[in-house]
Design a protein around this ligand. Structure first.
Ligand code: TRP
Length: 334
């Protein structure tokens, strides 16, 4: 049976962190065994809000791909490609723009949130404003069946499906309606070191996959716990306690974690002990990743040929789709 096509992607704006690992990389390692998985380095999308920073985007492309390879994304199982090297996506975006209204774009909750976050308000770059349409083209041109996303990206899939339905109704059945695959809330979201917002690069609350061992330890030792847990013998709170949230996710021995939680709540278990335990668990996860990352980083030529091969394969598919699109739209002149 033909495997289903899965597409995921990341905007290259910096190296990836543990939040990415928990929210999507881990899932991609599973999916590459069962699906026809494509992973897009969305540099065009990254440029929609980084037009002044092309160096940052360029450097991040390499960083992100190093992170993929380091965690075990296997280029013989997953196809990694660069968005900007597939000009057919830009072409398709142009046609898709005719199928969506400005009012509909204004209502997209993901874009609304980002506009607020970035303080764009009255000065939204048009390219940024319409990136959901570009993302619809990303998903459509590959005939993607499944898009794994976090909750915040759900409106993107909804809008993609609207555009695809409209295209198919107007011009004929070229595209496939994709399904969103949302990870369970518990496993999909990792709070930052501050325990408050989700882990993010710009918030300064992240552990990066390439962080050196002693930086990881320092970051863990600085983590937010229970502000009222002042003396070891005091009872402590495990709710909203980032260290225990991390242990729920990264603890390999959940029976031991449950025991520590009970001990912490009773009193008599100090923060430093719990943090040392978490440090051991995270070092066990991150050490092999860091080592693999260094091996690949020492051979950037190999990394670039992996990208080039993946991109060439995707470009073939893109050309094929565009022939169908142009026939359907009656713009296949010669
Ligand atoms: N919007 C995604 C992000 O913010 C990146 C992305 C671009 C994407 N195109 C995609 C994800 C297509 C899935 C499918 O990281």
């Amino acid at each position: 049976m033909k495997k289903k096509i899965v597409l995921t992607g990341d905007r290259p704006t910096g190296p990836l962190h543990l939040g990415h690992y928990v929210g999507s990389l881990r899932n991609r390692l599973v999916l590459q065994e069962t699906h026809d998985q494509f992973i897009m380095v969305a540099d065009v999308q990254a440029l929609t809000d980084n037009a002044e920073n092309p160096e940052k985007v360029r450097a991040s492309v390499t960083q992100v791909v190093l992170d993929y390879l380091a965690v075990g994304i296997d280029p013989t199982k997953s196809t990694i490609f660069i968005q900007s090297m597939i000009p057919e996506i830009a072409e398709l975006t142009m046609f898709f723009l005719n199928l969506v209204t400005v009012a509909r774009l204004h209502r997209n909750p993901t874009v609304k949130d980002e506009i607020k976050q970035k303080g764009y308000e009255e000065s939204i770059p048009a390219g940024f404003f319409m990136y959901p349409v570009s993302q619809a083209a990303d998903i459509a041109f590959l005939k993607t069946n499944i898009v794994p996303v976090g909750h915040d990206q759900l409106p993107m899939i909804e809008q993609t499906n609207e555009i695809i339905r409209k295209f198919n109704r107007l011009y004929g059945d070229v595209f496939v309606e994709p399904e969103a695959m949302v990870p369970p809330a518990l496993t999909g979201r990792l709070p930052g070191l501050d325990g408050k917002s989700k882990m993010g690069k710009s918030l300064g609350n992240a552990i990066f996959l390439g962080d050196e061992a002693d930086d990881v330890t320092k970051k863990i030792m600085s983590m937010y716990t229970d502000a009222n847990h002042l003396r070891v013998e005091d009872p402590g709170q495990i709710e909203d306690n980032a260290v225990f949230m991390y242990l729920d996710i990264f603890g390999r021995d959940q029976a031991a974690v449950a025991e520590m939680k009970a001990h912490y709540q009773r009193g008599g278990l100090g923060d430093v002990k719990v943090k040392r335990y978490l440090n051991d668990e995270l070092q066990a996860l991150l050490t092999p990743i860091r080592e693999r990352r260094k091996l690949f980083a020492a051979d950037i030529g190999q990394v670039m040929s992996i990208l080039q091969e993946g991109t060439a394969k995707v470009r073939e598919r893109a050309r094929h789709t565009m022939v169908q699109v142009k026939q359907a739209m009656k713009i296949d002149y010669f």
